[in-house]
Design a protein around this ligand. Structure first.
Ligand SMILES: *[C@@H]1O[C@H](CO)[C@@H](O)[C@H](O)[C@H]1NC(C)=O
Ligand SMILES: *[C@@H]1O[C@H](CO)[C@@H](O)[C@H](O)[C@H]1NC(C)=O
Length: 510
């Protein structure tokens, strides 16, 4: 079943009804708490990523990914020198993950495929049948359990071999990614109907190819992140058009990309609206403008600023790659949905200082903004994760206004703590965010097709190792058998899915 098409169709059918309701001033749905339900077609799921849960890092011919290199060669970069060699051992215990998903009542499971498990040297010369088989078993077991597979093609863990050839900063990447995507469509497309090409390019480009503080540790600030963004967009578009031309008719699925980004609120009453727009354009707009705007191409504000700054620095070309007409057209409209991960928001104001050519360039310097937080915002275990549920509604409305209400798929949302089973703060985080989401859908008429919790189980949180936990299920990392135990939040989400409602406050349970 293709639920993207179904949602679009349903939305088209509902539009006239909604307009009529406005004309005759029917009491809004919001007046009656009983009727504030998630629509029938709205789906709930949970997510993971291969490196964060699988383990089995060198089994059955799997090659190294950039995260194996980071954790093995630079263990001091990760809290407690942790790594994903075993992780939650989902390579052997995926059936326990599926049992957890079933207990909560999720409709779909968003997981990622390890490219290095299937094509350790990037292309078909290195094809590993055992890797293909592992994901066949996982997909079949999910379908058997009545859970739809939603596949992310690459979630931070490029094969090291592809990285050695330049990774996402090289035009060669587009060819390799197309071969990989083709391998996935051919092997799994009969059963997988929801594809996500990339996950959070803002994050892996800025930290992985700009500052280089995160995998794959490429330090090329002000240059590398923009090259990475460019080839992320082009490789995404290549996979999209391949699917369109060769597979869509027969397989009937949908393909999109997952982006991350915060919502922004004015830091003071002197912050003008154009500053909020600037902040949004420099984070989400970098990717959403090329994909979802009428005109395509990078946000004009980025094109102008980065060209000006590059000239001041004595360069003969902009650090932001030029997008040719051909590329602009290839990228524009090449997504059936906008996958979006929401965690947090910030206050923002303009940095009053002049552009300083004396220090190294960076996206941050190009943007020229100062970020802060409200003292009243509660913080999760993660230093960056301030709880701002109204930001979710804000960003969904921004998508709607800016890009003519594109179909949005919330592909992550979650809260970190120490891993306790009585995770009341996570319950309140989900309660408040789902309430805002319901407002965006029912009151603001934002087009949102599904919600994904990050994560079904506690897992390897990148540079934070196992010190920050996001799971609805606890994983006993001291035990060789990695038992999964439900937390309070898993029961809360179960109730939301059953009732399709969000309680206005949380009743404490024994
Ligand atoms: C802005 O806020 C400050 C206090 O935070 C207040 O003193 C000032 O009058 C405000 N300015 C305007 C134009 O509202
Ligand atoms: C985790 O596993 C260890 C070793 O099997 C056991 O001693 C411990 O009680 C377990 N912890 C929890 C919270 O279940």
């Amino acid at each position: 079943m293709n639920w993207v098409k179904f949602v679009v169709l349903l939305a088209l059918l509902l539009v006239p009804l909604i307009d009529c309701a406005k004309l005759i001033e029917v009491t809004p749905v919001s007046g009656n708490a009983e009727e504030r339900r998630f629509p029938e077609w709205f789906k709930f799921g949970a997510a993971t990523a291969a490196y964060q849960i699988e383990g089995g890092w060198n089994e059955d011919g799997r090659g190294a990914s950039v995260w194996d290199t980071l954790t093995h060669d630079y263990p001091e970069l990760v809290v407690n020198r942790d790594n994903g060699d075993v992780a939650a051992d989902s390579y052997h215990r995926f059936r326990e993950d599926i049992k957890a998903l079933q207990e909560v009542g999720f409709n779909f499971y968003r997981f990622s495929i390890s490219w290095a498990r299937i094509l350790p040297e990037g292309d078909l010369s290195s094809l590993k049948q055992a890797g293909i088989d592992y994901y066949n078993k996982l997909i079949d077991a999910l379908i058997e359990a009545g859970i739809e597979p939603v596949v992310t093609m690459v979630h931070y863990d490029l094969p090291q071999y592809v990285q050695n050839l330049g990774g996402l900063a090289s035009p060669l990447f587009v060819k390799y990614f197309k071969i990989y995507a083709n391998t996935l469509f051919r092997n799994y497309g009969d059963r997988v109907k929801m594809w996500i090409t990339h996950n959070e390019p803002f994050d892996f480009c800025v930290e992985g190819y700009g500052s280089g503080i995160d995998g794959p540790l490429v330090r090329a600030s002000g240059v590398g992140e923009y090259l990475c963004g460019h080839y992320t967009l082009l490789s995404h578009a290549a996979a999209y058009h391949l699917y369109d031309q060769r597979y869509r008719k027969e397989q009937g699925g949908s393909i999109g990309i997952t982006l991350s980004g915060r919502f922004f609120f004015p830091a003071s009453n002197e912050t003008v609206p154009s500053v909020i727009d600037r902040a949004l354009q420099y984070q989400l707009g970098w990717f959403t403008h090329p994909l979802f705007s009428e005109s395509g191409g990078y946000p004009p504000i980025m094109i102008e600023d980065i060209a000006d700054h590059s000239l001041l620095e004595g360069r003969t070309m902009s650090r932001l790659p030029e997008m040719s007409e051909r590329e602009r057209k290839l990228i524009k409209g090449s997504a059936d949905f906008l996958g979006y991960n929401y965690y947090s928001s910030r206050l923002v104001e303009r940095d009053p200082r002049e552009y300083d050519i004396g220090s190294p360039p960076s996206l941050d310097k190009d943007a020229g903004l100062i970020y802060s937080v409200k003292p009243s915002w509660k913080r999760a275990k993660s230093s960056w994760l301030y709880v701002v549920p109204e930001g979710l509604r804000g960003i969904l409305n921004w998508f709607k206004e800016e890009y003519n209400n594109p179909l949005v798929f919330i592909t992550e949302n979650g809260f970190s703590d120490d891993g306790q089973l009585e995770d009341h703060d996570r319950v309140e985080y989900y309660r408040a965010h789902l309430e805002q989401l319901l407002g965006a859908i029912l009151d603001d008429e934002c087009s949102v097709m599904g919600f994904t919790a990050w994560s079904i189980i506690d897992n390897f949180e990148w540079l934070r190792g196992y010190s920050e936990k996001f799971g609805l299920y606890h994983v006993n990392y001291s035990s060789p058998t990695r038992e999964r135990t439900p937390k309070l939040s898993s029961k809360f989400i179960h109730e939301v899915i059953q009732s399709r409602q969000v309680p206005s406050n949380v009743i404490s349970r024994g």
